[in-house]
Design a protein around this ligand. Structure first.
Ligand code: GLY
Length: 379
């Protein structure tokens, strides 16, 4: 397959699209303004939780997330076999904990529709004894938990490192710390302030929360804005927490490296990645409520990333109507790690001209859906 592809943005989505494209025979360059995986991807807890992240209805976004979870084991295998780096995919399942009787109705409602949409083994654990056996260090104030055995997690920084290494081994040109970037959409040409310029046949824009800054050059509104996620970690032996644990206010994920990652705030703070006492304090308070052993335990790390949020919460994936040689894949908000395989495959199909073979429809994610008069019939 001929064709030179420039991928702009070296987060998990950009690297995933590059990995897919190079394996389909394209010649690929990834250009990143700063460090690979340095933004939202690096701050992620790595949860692959389409059911917990979509508690309301089986809409196209839920289906996209579910399809991506389905693709994950094979995706990780492909990346690991090329890179030699294990992204630590752990099939822990998840527990969404109810601390009050009043929290049960939403869990039961969610279970009712999700069990008809692929989560046939989801279960409401109401017996205290059983819940304690599943998660011994969970507070005895938990009245029940919704158990979803299908949900999993990866180690997000390892996932990004594995993708970067896999791309390198497959001959992708990786350009980081490129500085300011300008695009000439007609080329496409990407000009950088520090590393020179690249001419391609096609451009894939994966710049997350920064994609909106390219609206003028790309000729359409890109309503993506940054939502800061503050996150912290404790030193906790692996195995203290058996599942991913969700409450209404936070989540906890035990990693193989002996850390318990707790996320995450949702703050509007522009492009600031500062952590605040208020943001982390809320996570710490909820940690102590759910896991009494965390009381008084210091966090060993506090950090933040910027989630790329679109106006409707769904990503933009597709070709630009005015420049069909440019594809955008951005705005994955809370689910960039989860959505990386399905996004890479969809982008790969667009590059290869096989868009209609996709298992999930692209139209709901059309990049021009916020434009007046948009038809909503993306490819
Ligand atoms: N996916 C979890 C978060 O964005 O906090």
């Amino acid at each position: 397959m001929a064709g030179r592809i420039i991928v702009l943005g070296g987060g998990v989505i950009g690297l995933s699209c590059a990995f897919e494209a190079v394996q389909r025979g394209f010649q690929v360059t990834v250009i990143e303004q700063a460090s690979f995986g340095g933004q939202a991807s690096g701050a992620a807890a790595g949860m692959l939780a389409p059911y917990t992240e979509n508690p309301e209805q089986p809409d196209p976004f839920f289906q996209l997330c579910q399809e991506s979870l389905r693709q994950y084991p094979e995706w990780v295998k492909r990346i690991e076999s090329v890179s030699g780096i294990n992204p630590e995919l752990l099939a822990t399942g998840s527990l969404t904990v109810a601390l009050h009787e009043a929290d049960l109705l939403p869990l039961k409602t969610r279970m009712a529709w999700q069990s008809a949409y692929g989560a046939s083994d989801v279960e409401l654990i109401e017996q205290g004894k059983r819940l304690r056996a599943m998660e011994p260090l969970l507070t005895d104030k938990a009245v029940a938990a919704l158990y979803n055995p299908a949900e999993r997690h990866v180690n997000a920084p390892r996932m990004v490192a594995a993708l970067e290494e896999a791309c390198r081994k497959l001959g992708v040109e990786l350009v980081d710390h490129a500085g300011e970037v300008a695009i000439d959409a007609s080329g496409p040409v990407v000009r950088t302030s520090k590393k020179g310029e690249w001419h391609g046949d096609r451009l894939v824009v994966c710049t997350g929360a920064w994609a909106c800054q390219l609206a003028d050059e790309l000729g359409l509104p890109i309503p993506i804005h940054p939502i800061r996620g503050q996150i912290c970690a404790y030193e906790v032996p692996f195995g203290y927490t058996h599942h991913m644990i969700f409450s209404s206010q936070a989540y906890w994920v035990g990693k193989r490296n002996g850390t318990l990652v707790c996320g995450a705030s949702e703050d509007v703070a522009g492009y600031s990645t500062a952590v605040t006492d208020k943001g982390i304090g809320r996570l710490v308070r909820w940690g102590e409520r759910l896991f009494p052993y965390l009381a008084g335990r210091p966090t060993i790390r506090r950090w933040a990333g910027l989630r790329p949020a679109t106006r409707d919460g769904w990503p933009l994936i597709g070709e630009l109507p005015a420049h069909s040689h440019i594809i955008i894949a951005a705005g994955h908000y809370r689910n960039g790690i989860l959505l990386s395989p399905v996004t890479a495959r969809l982008v790969g199909d667009l590059l290869s001209g096989h868009a209609h073979a996709a298992r999930v429809p692209l139209a709901p994610f059309a990049p021009d859906r916020f434009t007046a008069g948009a038809t909503g019939d993306g490819k």
